[in-house]
Write a protein that binds this ligand. Sequence first.
Ligand SMILES: Cc1ncc(COP(=O)(O)O)c(C=O)c1O
Length: 361
Amino acid sequence: MSRAFNFSAGPATLPEPVLRQVQAELLEWKGERASVMELSHRGQAFIDCAAAAERDLRELMAIPDDYHALFLQGGATTLAALLPLNLAGPDQVADYVITGHWGEKAIENARPSIRTHVAASARDSGYASIPPRDQWRLTPGAAFVHYTPNETIHGVEFQDIPDVGDVPLVADVSSNILSCPIDVSRFGVLYGGAQKNLGPAGLTLAIVRKDLLGKHGRDLPPIFDLANQASNDSMFNTPPTFAWYMLGLVLQWLKAQGGAAAIGQRNARKAAKLYSAIDGSGGYYRNPVATNARSRMNVPFFLADAALDRPFLHEASAAGLLGLKGHRALGGMRASIYNAMPEAGVQALVDFMADFLRRNG
Ligand SMILES: Cc1ncc(COP(=O)(O)O)c(C=O)c1O
């Protein structure tokens, strides 16, 4: 057995008990004498599996009844393009609050179909902080306000939900979904790819307040109209069945861990341990993000001497610590410490960092 601690930003580490269960039932699933991958999404066995995953998601996130939970394909990027088409007419304005790379991508994907407005951006600070709420220039009557509660590359995370009045708040939660309790009723839409906190790549979740769909007044291809997925239990076309099944297992694992509150406490402990190792290194390691905007999920850090980046990564890998290379846009390192990263993994990382500093500092 040579599984390492995997700090990849996504696709990312998955709970080992889930992988073992998948391995055990890969060939024959639930007495079906076939793999779950080989069965029709219209068959009762898969319909039951899909419904159970939705029930568990609703329970874990306390999703109110007036919200759809959609299980889609295309990744967060496709949703960043589809949501504007579904939530706003061509002449309507939507506000974007941009605190990193993924906020920029979201507005790029919206521009061809709606009028976009940058209500606030932290670009000038190098995306190392969150513009204070009282400096946002929101458009009265906007169709929605879009933001990214956790910016995966820049390691910037909102510590609370911004108040935008009655305008629906649309949040890309790809990298922090179900990492702690969240009040879904404060949002119009929560969306994100599953491949970081909840499962393998291929499945995209959208939790959408029901009254927001079906009002766009556009002549959309039916597959782009999310109301069609909503009225067909996310099976308007073939869903990503294997990813949906695996997400269901991850949700069961999350319930066994004690749910969102318990996993949130564990995530807070992991992040505190890692930031404390960085901040306590006397400048040898550095995280550039304002302390009130630091992410609990993605921790970028830089070595004082970038010439040591390569040896750091090489030796980390030899020590069983994978996926620490920073995003190419920033360089340096990044440790993604999603739900499935055990506390022992973070401990192993901080031990390695201390040892590397001793030998090279
Ligand atoms: C916050 C955020 N949004 C969007 C994306 C893009 O997601 P996808 O590749 O699923 O389209 C990512 C991927 O890393 C992300 O972290």
